[in-house]
Write a protein that binds this ligand. Structure first.
Ligand code: UT7
Length: 337
């Protein structure tokens, strides 16, 4: 098996900023409540007409450029999203066309906030076995499209954005060391969009009843998140044969500052060894980990040979974590000064 890792990243956030006070103007909520319970101060909202593939394509182009590649070099595109442009064709196919990745296959995966790490695991398999050389994994969401503007339990939490990574062969001893993926489908009801699929096709009635909007039992998701973070972290570190002390940097899913704090306690890691951007982007679901990873790399906080843990959890219920030793370069490439 070849050693496989991330060799380029990119992200894109829409320009339009929505502050907590925007919601406080028409909902029974306050900036204080939102900041205290979630850590979120503002989030981004896609412009009218801007869809998930538009955001994903920009992040993808940046990641390909960062990897020193051209769109034609990409063999496969995997897009993790719960807010695809449409039921089909896949958002990955739409992105493939937008960026001109003419040699790539393309498909979407649905694992909500865990989707990007699920995607990395698939990319890892392709490259490790030699089936493909360069796999583009994208996490992209326009969650504002499925939020009820009058539901204070959800509308204040989520934001729009996209992140991407190119996965290729890296030097032996670096790259992905382990993955832990899981699901508990019995918890599917705590976070969902009912209408628009085959169970509840969209009708005038489903529209009137707001069934096309996301519904969440926040407390249940919160309890699950804190519990599963501890479990999956323990498992993935054991699989990689390392301990919490070996971890240099944590890239957690950005859902709630209290959940991130729980993760930091699990890893006994200081706040400056993680990325927290939920205060300015909210919860961007499948996009949250690649956006945070890109920020960690571009800011220089994540360095070559840093041992990184990425951990996500969300609807499904699903969870996913990975340990990666960041090589900062493709196989055989010289480290730039
Ligand atoms: O990406 C993965 C998916 N999502 C998550 O990870 C989210 C996980 N859950 C959470 O982050 C938290 O549970 C929330 C932020 C969603 C809620 O915080 P909480 O501390 O668990 O509050 P709660 O759900 O227990 O609600 C407490 C009260 C309720 O009022 P009553 O029933 O006690 O009268 C809510 O109706 O707060 C109320 N509430 C609000 N009040 C003001 C809920 N949302 C708001 C709001 N503003 N925006």
């Amino acid at each position: 098996m070849k050693a496989v890792g991330i060799v380029g990243t990119g992200s894109y956030l829409p320009e339009n900023i929505v502050t907590n006070n925007h919601f406080a103007e028409y909902l029974d909520t306050t900036d204080e409540w939102i900041v205290e319970r979630t850590g979120i101060k503002e989030r981004r909202k896609a412009a009218p007409g801007q869809a998930t593939s538009d955001l994903g394509a920009i992040a993808a182009q940046k990641a390909i450029e960062d990897a020193g590649l051209k769109p034609e070099d990409i063999d496969m595109i995997i897009t993790a999203t719960v807010t695809p442009d449409m039921l089909f064709p896949s958002t990955a196919c739409l992105i493939q066309n937008k960026i001109g990745a003419v040699n790539a296959g393309a498909f979407d995966i649905s694992a909500a906030c865990s989707g990007f790490v699920y995607g990395l695991s698939i990319a890892n398999g392709y490259v490790a076995t030699g089936m493909y050389k360069n796999v583009l994994v994208i996490g992209a969401e326009v969650l504002s499209a499925v939020l009820d503007p009058y539901d204070r339990r959800t509308v204040v939490l989520f934001g729009d954005g996209a992140g991407a990574a190119v996965v290729s062969e890296v030097d032996e001893g670096s790259g992905f060391l382990a993955f832990d993926l899981g699901a508990d489908g019995s918890g599917g009801d705590v976070l969902k969009v009912n209408a628009g699929g085959s169970r509840m096709p969209a009708t005038e009635d489903t529209f009137k009843q707001g069934e096309h909007y996301a519904k969440m039992e926040g407390k249940e998701v919160f309890k699950f998140a804190v519990r599963i973070l501890g479990l999956t972290s323990k498992k993935v570190l054991a699989k990689a044969n390392i301990s919490t002390e070996d971890v240099d940097f944590l890239v957690p899913h950005q859902a709630n500052i209290r959940i991130v704090d729980a993760a930091l306690r699990t890893f006994k890691i200081a706040k400056d060894k993680t990325i927290i951007n939920l205060d300015i982007y909210g919860n961007t679901s499948g996009a949250s980990i690649p956006i945070a990873l890109d920020e960690g790399l571009k800011s220089g906080k994540i360095k070559e040979q840093s041992m990184i843990v990425m951990v996500g959890f969300g609807a499904g219920l699903t969870w996913a974590s990975t340990v990666m030793k960041y090589s900062g370069k493709k196989k055989g490439e010289q480290i730039s000064a």
